[in-house]
Design a protein around this ligand. Structure first.
Ligand SMILES: CC(C)(COP(=O)(O)OP(=O)(O)OC[C@H]1O[C@@H](n2cnc3c(N)ncnc32)[C@H](O)[C@@H]1OP(=O)(O)O)[C@@H](O)C(=O)NCCC(=O)NCCS
Length: 208
C-alpha cells in the first residue's frame, strides 16, 4: 500500500484525531485523557511555549502524531512525550517518519538548542514493540526506574544524541515492497519555533 504522508504542525482541527490515536492504541482509557488534552490545549493556545505537536496526514486523515518539548532542569535535552500511529497503519513507516521529523527539526535548530532527545516508555509487554522501535532507530536504553508506573511496570528511558547526524536506518516496508524515503512521499513542512519551558507531568510521561 502506497502511503502519501505529510507531516505538519497540529492545529485545533486535529485535536479529536490525536485523542482518537491515543485511545485506539490503548495508551489511555477515556477517563485518563485529561492530562493529554491539557498538553494539547497548552500547545494550541500558545501557553506552553516551544512545545510541538505534529501530525502525519494522508489525504485529510490523521494517521499519526508526535509531541515533543524541552525537558525542564536539563541542558538542551528534549523529551518526545508522545508518538502514536493509527493501529491500521502500524509497521509501514509512519512512526519512523514522525520520529525522523522530530529529530531533524531539533537538529536544524543546532546544538545550542538541542543536544539530546529522550523518550520514556513502559517495561510491560504491551510496549515491547515501542521499545524495539526506539532501539532500531538508534536509541539506547539509558535508565530504568523500577515500578514507576505500578508494580512490575518500570519506566524505561531511551536516549539519543542529536549532535551527530547519522544516516537514518532504512525502513523495510515489508509487503509494501517500497523504501521509506520513496514509498511514503513525506512532505515535511513543520516549522520549528523558539522558546522553552515545560511543566512535567507523570501522566504525560506515561503516554510515550
Ligand atoms: C511505536 C509506533 C509509534 C511505531 O510506529 P509505526 O508506524 O508502527 O513504526 P514503523 O512502521 O515506522 O516502524 C515499525 C518498526 O517498529 C516496530 N514496530 C512497532 N510496532 C509495530 C507494529 N504494531 N507492527 C509492526 N512493527 C512494529 C517494528 O520492529 C518495526 O521495526 P523495523 O522497521 O526495523 O522492522 C506505533 O507502533 C504505535 O503507535 N504504537 C502504539 C503506541 C505506542 O506504543 N507509542 C509509543 C509509546 S512509548
Amino acid at each position: 500500500m502506497r502511503q502519501q504522508l505529510r507531516i505538519h504542525p497540529a492545529t485545533a482541527e486535529h485535536e479529536e484525531d490525536i485523542i482518537r490515536l491515543a485511545l485506539a492504541n490503548h495508551m489511555f482509557e477515556v477517563g485518563e485523557i485529561g492530562g493529554m488534552a491539557q498538553m494539547l490545549h497548552g500547545y494550541l493556545d500558545g501557553s506552553l511555549e516551544d512545545h510541538h505537536w505534529v501530525v502525519a496526514t494522508r489525504a485529510d486523515d490523521v494517521v499519526g502524531a508526535a509531541y515533543y518539548a524541552p525537558e525542564p532542569f536539563a541542558d538542551r535535552l528534549w523529551n518526545l512525550y508522545f508518538i502514536a500511529v493509527d493501529p491500521d497503519c502500524h509497521g509501514v513507516g509512519a512512526g519512523t517518519q514522525l520520529l525522523g521529523h522530530v529529530e531533524r527539526a531539533l537538529q536544524d535548530r543546532g546544538e545550542d538548542v538541542a543536544r539530546i532527545l529522550i523518550v520514556e516508555t513502559s517495561s510491560t509487554d504491551a510496549y515491547a514493540n515501542a521499545r524495539g522501535f526506539y532501539r532500531a532507530r538508534g536509541y539506547d536504553e539509558e535508565a530504568r526506574i523500577r515500578d514507576f508506573y505500578g508494580p512490575g511496570d518500570d519506566k524505561v528511558v531511551y536516549w539519543k544524541a542529536l549532535t551527530n547526524r547519522t544516516p537514518e536506518p532504512a525502513h523495510d516496508a515489508g509487503t509494501a515492497g517500497v523504501t521509506e524515503t520513496s514509498a511514503h512521499g513525506l512532505v515535511d513542512d513543520a516549522p520549528v519555533g523558539a522558546g522553552e519551558v515545560l511543566r512535567d507531568d507523570h501522566q504525560v510521561n506515561r503516554f510515550t
